[in-house]
Design a protein around this ligand. Sequence first.
Ligand code: NAD
Length: 269
Amino acid sequence: MTDDNAIPADAGVAGLRVFVTGGASGMGAAAVKDFARHGARVFSFDLNDAAGEEIVKAARAAACSPGSAEYLNCDVSDEASVQAAFAAAAGILGGLDVLIHAAGVAPGAPADQITLSGWEKVFAVNATGTFLANQAAFELMKDTGGRIINFASAAGIIGLPNKAHYSATKGAVLAWTRTVAKEWGRHGITVNCLAPAIETPMYLKTRSLMSEEALAQLDARMASDMPIDGKLGDPDRDLAPVLRFIAGPGSRFMTGQIFAVDGGIVMTR
Ligand SMILES: NC(=O)c1ccc[n+]([C@@H]2O[C@H](COP(=O)([O-])OP(=O)(O)OC[C@H]3O[C@@H](n4cnc5c(N)ncnc54)[C@H](O)[C@@H]3O)[C@@H](O)[C@H]2O)c1
């Protein structure tokens, strides 16, 4: 059955105006390159200017018309910084269709040793950053509709030892996502989040801080609990295509969801 308003599901992301926070590294960087390669007009935001510029340079080199990629410094935990960066980018692109909000930090510490300042710092980036970036995107999308994709984590669902503060921020991202999905649906905006298990600099840093024994336990657990591959996925192969689907017309009827892109880890619990 068809309907007059149906957008062809194969329309893809070409021509869409896409903001990517955390675009200098990991999954954000993969999104910047992949979306430009598929014809989207991308703005990347990060604190790491050197890496951010490098990524958009690579994205421009591989872009397909009308794809483009630009970079702006933006601290997602700072309201003025988010407002200024989003306004500047929307001014250049003429609006916003998709926000991919990948900026985040993942410090580790045993729960009883987390300091108040450590707690506040990870909440400022992961939870407040989601709130600020989503609100700023809403202002740009509320009359036209759009897609917001946040990054939660399995940590926010099943917990993650040594990362209680990080896990708590991801629980907040999940609850925020579901709530604004309910509020903003009438504006034609879908809001979803991911629970990825993807090899990125964040994951490699976490591994580098683990003892040999803890690493062996982690690898054994992944081998037994992850039905696909038994190890973390690749950002370009396993994550970017999922982002493109959620950002594109084919996902218009899906909102408030948490998509586990994790080889099946969460499903097995
Ligand atoms: N890698 C995984 O398997 C995994 C699992 C679960 C959740 N996540 C989440 O996915 C998202 C992306 O993670 P990744 O693995 O690609 O990490 P990453 O460390 O490779 O990239 C994160 C980026 O965010 C940027 N950033 C940090 N603080 C910022 C701020 N205040 N303002 C703007 N940019 C800032 C960093 O500079 C970096 O470029 C994060 O929210 C992370 O918590 C990752």
